[in-house]
Design a protein around this ligand. Structure first.
Ligand code: PLP
Length: 395
């Protein structure tokens, strides 16, 4: 098929040429005396993406799931209690991972249309006067549902209760795209992967940890050799890794961080908000609704759109792929068939997104949803024009 494949899934995301070129290089010695010239400033600059001065960043070959595992195995002990909410595919999987490691998970089951239950967390933490709960797990941006949770609110719940539990945040589809403030929100471990906001290929787990989490790592008994923070941290001091690192991906990550910092993290978040708002205007114009109940929590990186009665969300995704060479995200778990997802994170701008919205309109109509062609595109155009001059994205 001629033309570019249109990738609008919520990760992996479109890869800029700058990153593609940075990765395209020969293999080299990861124990060369000057390897630290690449890695030491990179590990330091990554802290700016997480907005942490006090934290420490670890980069592992792996994915976001590996980042969860690194966090849990480094900081907790078998039988420890953790508090978590289940309100989507990824919050559910993090709970499963904890259970697989023999942790006792206090699960707050929520509808898949809601965010993390800040008030319920507050009540549970207040009642936990013996401080049985060792960590609170929150998924910042549920990629399945397109609902963003209030991490500052969870922090307040902990502080108001005077509770010492660690705060772990899944930022796989938020960090490097949405406003993320590790230090200000008192996050003890923030987990992400390379293939979403970082605009990279899949293959790196990126985890930032607070001094408190590093302290917990000294007594944790769950244990991991590969992910061990102390073992990795010792090696990182000189810019090395205690295994063979993915050198080419580290060069890609260097370029990614350059691009993010050139644009500025606040501008990156503002761009994602502007783009997402255009998508929301389009969804409104189609007469459809988003999965999230609370408009204040609608995600700026992924929109999960409910399909009308009688239309199969899976068929829309399949048809868009086969007929229009465009990849959309399908519904996960209980949302299968009921939704489709438009990913709008990473290397995306207004005109790219308008193309995606036009493609969605065609696919929806072909699949039996009576959408006025052009209505969503026009609504998004009006929003983008009114939203004023875009801050230039790093080219
Ligand atoms: N958490 C969230 C919010 C995600 O969106 C994903 C993947 O899409 C994961 C965790 C799992 O990450 P990975 O697939 O990189 O292991």
């Amino acid at each position: 098929m001629a033309g570019y494949h249109q990738l609008f899934i919520p990760g992996p995301t479109n890869m800029p040429d700058r990153i593609r070129s940075a990765i395209d290089r020969p293999m080299e010695n990861h124990r060369a005396p000057d390897f630290g010239e690449l890695t030491l400033p990179l590990l330091e600059d990554l802290k700016k993406v997480f907005k942490t001065e006090h934290g420490r960043v670890f980069v592992f070959p792996g994915t976001g799931t590996g980042g969860w595992e690194a966090t849990i195995t480094n900081t907790l002990s078998p039988g420890d209690t953790v508090l978590a909410a289940r309100h989507g595919q990824f919050s559910d999987q993090w709970i499963q991972l904890c259970q697989a490691h023999g942790l006792n998970v206090r699960v707050c089951d929520r509808s898949w249309h809601e965010g993390a239950p800040v008030q319920q967390f507050a009540e549970i933490l207040q009642a936990d006067t013996d401080h049985e709960i060792k960590a609170v797990l929150t998924c910042h941006n549920e990629t399945a549902t397109g609902v963003t949770s209030d991490i500052a609110g969870v922090r307040r719940a902990l502080d108001d209760a005077g509770h010492p539990a660690l705060l772990f945040v899944d930022g796989v589809s938020s960090i490097a795209s949405l406003d993320f403030r590790m230090d200000e929100w008192g996050v003890d471990a923030a987990v992400t992967g390379s293939q979403k906001g970082f605009m990279m290929p899949t293959g790196l787990a990126i985890v930032a940890v607070s001094p408190k989490a590093l302290e917990a790592a000294k007594t944790s008994k769950l244990g991991s050799f590969y992910f061990d923070f102390q073992r990795n941290g010792m090696s990182h001091q000189n810019g090395f890794f205690p295994y063979t690192p993915a050198t080419t991906l580290l060069y890609g990550l260097r370029e990614s961080v350059n691009m993010l910092l050139e644009e500025g993290m606040d501008n990156v978040a503002a761009r994602h908000n502007r783009l997402a708002e255009g998508v929301r205007k389009a969804v409104d114009a189609w007469g459809l609704s988003l999965c999230g109940n609370d408009p204040a929590l609608h995600s700026d990186t992924v929109s999960t759109v409910m399909v009308p009665e009688g239309v199969d969300g899976g068929a829309v995704v399949r048809h868009a792929y086969e007929r229009y060479d465009m990849a959309l995200g399908g519904g996960l778990g209980p949302l299968a068939g009921k939704v489709f997802r438009i990913g709008h994170m990473g290397y995306v701008n207004e005109v790219m997104l308008l193309g995606a919205l036009a493609g969605v309109e065609m696919a929806l109509n072909d699949c039996g949803a009576a959408i006025q062609p052009g209505s969503g595109v026009a609504a998004a155009q009006n929003h983008f024009r009114a939203a004023g001059a875009a801050t230039a994205m790093a080219a």
